[in-house]
Design a binder for this molecule. Structure first.
Ligand code: GGG
Length: 355
């Protein structure tokens, strides 16, 4: 019997709805695969917790779950609490404290899914974004002076360390080699404008790339990269980018492969000193919260990435196959993919396809 201790943080909005479905899938896995057991630590952290306590999670929250094998996360965000409070109070401290420097965000155009980019068929968009996840533009370094006066001054400092930058770029090259598809890594910066941090990034990219002569490389400015994602998405294989640029590009990658509701994300602590975290790329989805129509598939793909991280490759593949089969037949789809099904009907369909 392999047992896995999973900390579960549904968070806010549709995060709660998709994590409910995630646990149904995981129960189904336990019931149909003798030998796998999940021991949950269920955590009520998020915006409701903030309304009650003034904190998004307890002060010692991350100490409480540091021994878990993985974290399954829904989403954060609340229409009545400023986004910088919800994000800085839970998700970003977790990524930093657990040193989850590698965010992996695959985007694939599956059969049965329509891309808004014309003439793109199944498999013709197939890329993985490696987003630096603990520093860069998200570093909480800065402050303000003379607030409310004509002299008001606000500083937000980007932080790029050699360790963090080398780590994400090396991870992207290693993954590209293992993936062995187009054997291409694209680095995305704005080094014409950010002549310190991003020139430093370019130098490290060049140094790391010299160890991988079999991999084609490309360096794009972020504006050109966003343009190319839309006009020539087939040209991308592995993309490596800073925290902010990786975040923006992964939203574009998600919509050109059909929906934000399909895009998963792994937040990896490569040294495995701390738990890694798995979540959908999408946020709390206030516009559809409570309607029962959130697409749970991004979270199911995130479960699959979590299972692979835990060494449960066979069941991860089985789950992926069931999801892809469900997308291909188009029988049970949520409205973001042109269907009328509810969140739980999609789960029912995928569970039946796993049997
Ligand atoms: N499940 C992802 C989530 O909750 N996202 C909220 C958000 O605003 N994230 C910003 C980020 O990941 O940088």
């Amino acid at each position: 019997m392999s047992e896995h201790k999973i900390a579960v943080i549904p968070g806010d909005g549709i995060g709660i709805e998709v994590i409910t479905e995630a646990k149904r899938i995981m129960t189904h896995i336990e019931e149909t695969n003798a030998g796998i057991k999940f021991n949950y630590i269920d955590l009520p952290w998020g915006s409701e917790y903030y309304r009650q306590t003034g904190l998004m999670m307890p002060d010692d929250g991350l100490d409480q779950i540091k021994d878990s094998d993985a974290i399954l996360f829904g989403a954060v965000g609340d229409p009545n609490i400023p986004d910088h409070i919800t994000l800085q109070g839970l998700l970003l401290p977790m990524r930093r404290q657990y040193d989850q420097g590698i965010s992996i965000r695959p985007a694939y155009l599956y059969p049965g899914v329509n891309s808004p980019i014309k003439d793109k068929g199944p498999g013709e968009i197939d890329m993985v974004i490696f987003r630096e996840n603990t520093e860069g533009e998200y570093a909480p370094v800065g402050g303000s002076l003379y607030s409310g006066t004509d002299h008001e001054t606000v500083i937000q400092t980007n932080v790029f360390t050699r360790r963090g930058t080398e780590r994400i770029i090396e991870a992207a090259f290693e993954y590209c080699l293992q993936r062995n598809t187009k054997l291409k890594v694209t680095s995305v910066t704005k080094s014409n404008a950010q002549a310190h941090s991003m020139v430093f990034w370019d130098e490290i990219f060049e140094k790391v790339s010299s160890k991988y002569p079999m991999i084609q490389t490309e360096s794009l400015l972020v504006d050109a990269a966003c343009m190319d994602l839309v006009r020539w998405p087939e040209n991308f294989d592995v993309i490596v980018a800073s925290n902010l640029f990786g975040d923006i590009m992964s939203d574009i990658a998600a919509v050109i492969t059909g929906s934000m509701g399909l895009a998963p994300s792994a937040n990896i602590n490569p040294e495995r000193e701390y738990p890694s975290m798995f979540e959908p790329v999408h946020g709390a989805g206030f516009d559809i919260t409570g309607k029962g129509v959130a697409n749970p598939i991004a979270t199911f793909f995130a479960i699959s990435m979590m299972l692979e991280h835990l060494g449960e490759n066979d069941i991860a593949q089985k789950l992926n196959k069931a999801i892809i089969s469900s997308l291909t037949t188009r029988n049970v789809l949520t409205p973001d993919l042109g269907g009328k099904a509810s969140t739980s009907q999609v789960t029912d369909e995928i569970m039946s396809l796993m049997d």
